[in-house]
Design a protein around this ligand. Structure first.
Ligand code: GRF
Length: 184
């Protein structure tokens, strides 16, 4: 199976996924696409000899990204820290074949604007005893697609949003690659 990863930032998840599929017979990461031409994820792609593609929000909404994914005969689209809302036309082109990771236990802390440190600040502010990750299929309703996998980690009152973020990132790196492979 041919996988494309969409990312807007650092790409630590993308790196773990590329590592996983270097030694997998079930799939191959054949494209890293980003809406940010200076995103560090593009550097990580170069290290793994994975071709990259950058696009603007406008181009994505005009269908340029969809065209590229079809040209590359992509089977699965993986969102790993991708911060734009995917156009419905693109979602419809990959029914049950687009996967996202969210740094919280959906349905808690879902929706627009809940990304990066905002989620961990909210978990802290609400005094939650746990947080975690949610890996889900993407549908036309933001952060509401079918949940594939969740993992939790305890949160104590000594935790800061930064230490919560570290715990969540560790869960992401531990589980996202394997969960993707289990879907193929
Ligand atoms: C992760 O926290 C992920 O849950 C969220 O964006 C972040 C991406 O981090 N969607 P990275 O770019 O993979 O390091």
């Amino acid at each position: 199976k041919r996988l494309a990863i969409l990312a807007s930032g650092s790409g630590s998840n993308a790196e773990k996924i590329m590592e996983q599929f270097q030694k997998s017979t079930k799939g191959k990461v054949v494209l890293i696409a980003s809406n940010k031409s200076e995103a560090f994820v593009l550097e990580r792609a170069k290290k793994f000899d994975v071709p990259t593609f950058t696009f603007s929000k406008k181009e994505m909404e005009a269908g340029v990204l969809l065209k590229k994914l079809q040209e590359e005969q992509i089977d699965w689209v993986i969102l790993a820290g991708f911060l734009l809302k995917i156009p419905d036309e693109l979602i419809r082109a990959f029914p049950e074949r687009m996967v996202n990771i969210h740094p919280a236990l959906l349905p808690n802390y879902g929706g627009k604007g809940m990304y990066g440190m905002h989620v961990h600040e909210a978990v802290k502010a609400n005094g939650d005893q746990q947080t975690g990750i949610t890996i889900h299929l993407v549908n036309e309703h933001y952060d509401e697609g079918k949940i594939i996998f969740q993992a939790a980690t305890p949160v104590s009152k000594e935790d800061s949003p930064e230490t919560i973020a570290q715990k969540v990132h560790a869960l992401e790196h531990r589980y996202f690659p394997e969960v993707i492979e289990s879907l193929l």
